[in-house]
Structure formats: C-alpha cells, structure tokens
Design a protein around this ligand. Structure first.
Ligand SMILES: Cc1cc2nc3c(=O)[nH]c(=O)nc-3n(C[C@H](O)[C@H](O)[C@H](O)COP(=O)(O)OP(=O)(O)OC[C@H]3O[C@@H](n4cnc5c(N)ncnc54)[C@H](O)[C@@H]3O)c2cc1C
Length: 387
C-alpha cells in the first residue's frame, strides 16, 4: 500500500510515522518546509480538560505519547507539566466546569473543581475577586511544537517514510475500484506524478482547498490568532499553570526566564483569511489589549510590563470546534479542522489516520462524532474550552 500525505505539519508527520511503523510505503508532500504552516506558530499547550468526551479521549490517547516522547523518539520536547487552570467569571461558566470535571473524572482525568482561593495556590498572583470558580488538572502543560515535529519527522524517516519539502500537491485524480478503503489515486506535484492507494489531507489551514481537489467541501475556516511574548512587571514562576480566563478568552503561560506567553482573541469579528496572504506579524494594539486582559487575571501583568515580540498564525476552525477525522471517500482520508488543538491531538490523530488507511476503520477512539456528516445531522455540541 502506498499512502501520500499532503502536509508536513505535526499532523501529517505523526501520520507518516505511524503509517511507516505499520510498514506502509508513505510519502509526505509538503509545499514549504516542515512546520512552516501553523505548527511552529502554536503555543504548544497540551491538556485533557476539554468539554466533550471525544476531545478528552483524543487527549488521553495523545498524552500517552507525549509523556514518554523523549524515550521513544530521542528528542527532549521540553514538556512542562505545570497544569492548566481554567477560570470562570460567571456562575454559568462555573456550572459548566462542574459538569465537565465530572465527565473528565469518569474518563480518568484527575481534574478538580476549585474555589478561587484554591486556584490561587497554583497561581499566586491570581485576582481571586474577579472569579467565581476554576478547574485544574496536573496532567496538563505545554511542550515545544517544533521539537515535537522534528521527533516525528526523524522517526518517520527512520521507519522508511519519505518526506519531500517544496513539493505542493497541485492536483489529484481518484478512480474508485469498488474497494471501500483504497482507490487508484494519482497525485500531481510540479516535478512528479505519484500513484497511491490512499491520499491523506493533513493540510491544516489549507485543508478546505486541498479537499476541493478531491471533490469535498470541508467546513474548515482559516482564522488568524496571535500570541505575544511579554516581560511581565512581576516574573511569572515556572510552576504557574497555563491559565485561561474562559469568559474573555485571555490566556497566559510562563515562558523562559520569567517571561510569559500571552494570547487570546478579543475582536467581535473573526473573518476567514487567505492562508497564503495574511499578516503573520503581531498587531501592537492587540498585544496591549492582551496584556490588559492578562492583568485582569493575575497581578504579574502590571503597567510596567513590556511586549517583547509576537506573531500571528492560523487556527483551522470547524463550526463545532472539533476536527474532521474520517475516510471521506474511498482512497481519501481527512484529518483537519483542529480548531486550535491540533498540536496536542496529533499523536492520536496519526494513529487514527493509520488505522483508517490500514485497517479500514478506527479503533483507538470512537471517531463517528468526527465525521463531516455530523453537520448535516444538525448542530452538534460545541467544544466550549476554546481560547
Ligand atoms: C497562535 C496559535 C496558538 C496555538 N496554540 C495551540 C496550543 O496551545 N495547542 C495546540 O494543540 N494547538 C495550538 N494551535 C493549533 C496548532 O498550531 C494546529 O492545530 C496544528 O499545528 C495543526 O497542525 P497541522 O499539521 O494540521 O497543520 P500545519 O502545521 O499548518 O501543517 C499543514 C501543512 O500543509 C502544507 N500544505 C498546505 N497545502 C499544501 C499542498 N497543496 N501541498 C502540500 N502541502 C500543503 C502547509 O504548507 C503546512 O505546512 C495554535 C495555533 C496558533 C496559530
């Protein structure tokens, strides 16, 4: 079996690694360089505290891999397990938190509902008067996305996978053979035409465009998101969790040497952008607002805080903030629309893509909830824990 994976981001490379491990001939076609999409622009958050069971299950299946990544892949991805702290300003959000913690605990996540005073034990400068409740899980944290991508790409190559950079997929022809899983697939690139049995769309914010090459209309929208590296007035200790004020969408986490990474989306408008032609720089106005929001969450970000640098990248957003992971038609697997959590869910996704290609169905996690047909059946439950 030959599988062509379109996209050399973390999702495509994780898929390539697990496919190669199953002795599948795999070729990754990446239009630019590895990670040049949005993986390198990620904040690197890894968490189990999601609001729907399927996202929690994707997290748990991925956490197994993140937890011993260095041992398996020989790359230290700077995985910090300082937890995630979600904060509620309203009773409605706090009630959702209590329900989510019960669901997460049923699935084996050791998250807990906390009072603001208890939350302050994790984040000493927390402005407890602003909040009514919180949740925390010690399983959560963050890692370096670029190092993780290197780990998957090296391991994929060592397992026999071929990775081609500067190789955009420009056309695809599919001839169905009657087999439900495979097809006669012809993948065009500027230099060569590749024959394959399965084509995997792992093109991130470009997934809708790539999907249109195989006759699919995928509801995956590229949306611009920014982060800033900040020198806070008071250094943020390494032990402080990634802290999210869910009612405003503002978040921060410690960065090296007392600095902090600050993010969030505060505009009412959230237009689709052209993934090949958007501003990848940080807007200063946005950064000032982001630091103000962070200052309303915790006392680290007083008026003497400085903005060091920042950047913008793209979330690939679906209407319910869950990815589409499915066999879209014989010979085509889609893994996209991660809505801001594709870095952390890449290990489970790589395994699921492999199962769809090799076994014909997924078994690691029940992914019936992740097929694009869910949108035809009505409005599915939204993932609420999105910043
Ligand atoms: C500011 C920001 C913060 C984030 N924070 C987090 C976080 O804390 N935790 C988390 O889990 N996620 C986070 N994310 C999301 C995360 O970055 C993405 O979900 C993840 O990187 C998606 O990986 P991917 O492999 O699907 O896409 P990408 O890394 O974008 O890779 C897709 C690749 O496909 C290639 N491609 C496109 N079209 C073609 C073509 N025709 N032919 C060949 N190649 C093609 C592109 O060049 C690109 O390299 C964040 C994102 C942003 C922007």
């Amino acid at each position: 079996m030959h599988v062509v994976v379109c996209g050399g981001g973390i999702v495509g490379l994780a898929a390539a690694y697990y496919l190669a491990r199953r002795e599948v001939e795999v070729t990754v076609c990446e239009a630019g360089s590895l990670g040049s999409g949005n993986t390198d622009r990620s904040a690197g958050g890894i968490r189990t505290q999601f609001s729907t069971p399927v996202n929690v299950k994707l997290s748990l299946a991925s956490l197994e891999v993140w937890d011993d990544f260095e041992e398996r892949f020989g790359v230290d991805i700077a995985h910090r397990r300082s937890g995630y702290l979600f904060l509620a300003r309203t009773e409605e959000t706090a009630a959702n938190f209590r329900e989510q913690v019960a669901m997460q605990n049923d699935l084996g996540v050791p998250s807990a509902y906390l009072s603001p005073a208890e939350a302050r034990e994790h984040c000493p400068e927390l402005r407890i008067e602003e909040f009514v409740g919180a949740t925390y899980s010690p399983t959560d944290g963050f890692a370096d996305p670029h190092l993780a991508l290197q780990g998957f790409s090296q391991a994929a190559r060592e397992a026999g996978g071929e990775i081609r950079t500067k190789t955009p997929v420009t056309g695809i022809e599919i001839e169905e053979t009657g087999d439900p899983v495979t097809a006669d697939v012809t993948v065009e690139t500027p230099d060569e035409t590749l024959d394959a049995d399965v084509f995997v769309n792992a093109a991130g914010a470009w997934a809708r465009r790539v999907g249109s090459l195989v006759g699919l209309d995928l509801p995956i929208a590229p949306r611009r998101r920014q982060v800033a590296v900040v020198a806070p007035e008071t250094p943020v200790p390494d032990s402080v969790p990634l802290t999210i004020d869910l009612d405003t969408g503002s978040y921060f986490r410690p960065e090296r040497e007392g600095q902090a990474l600050v993010g969030g989306h505060f505009a009412d408008e959230d237009p689709d952008v052209d993934p090949d032609g958007y501003d990848t720089g940080m807007d200063l106005d946005w950064a000032v607002t982001a630091v103000e929001h962070a200052g309303r969450t915790a006392g680290y970000f007083g008026p003497e805080s400085g903005i060091v640098r920042g950047w913008a990248g793209l979330y690939a957003v679906t209407p319910d903030h869950h990815p589409i992971v499915e066999r879209s038609r014989p010979g085509v697997v889609t893994a996209g629309g991660f809505s801001g959590h594709g870095f952390q869910h890449s290990p489970a996704t790589g395994k699921l893509v492999t199962e769809l290609c090799v076994d014909g169905e997924a078994s690691l996690v029940d992914i019936s909830r992740l097929s694009r047909e869910r949108f035809d059946r009505g409005v599915p439950d939204d993932e609420r824990n999105v910043a």
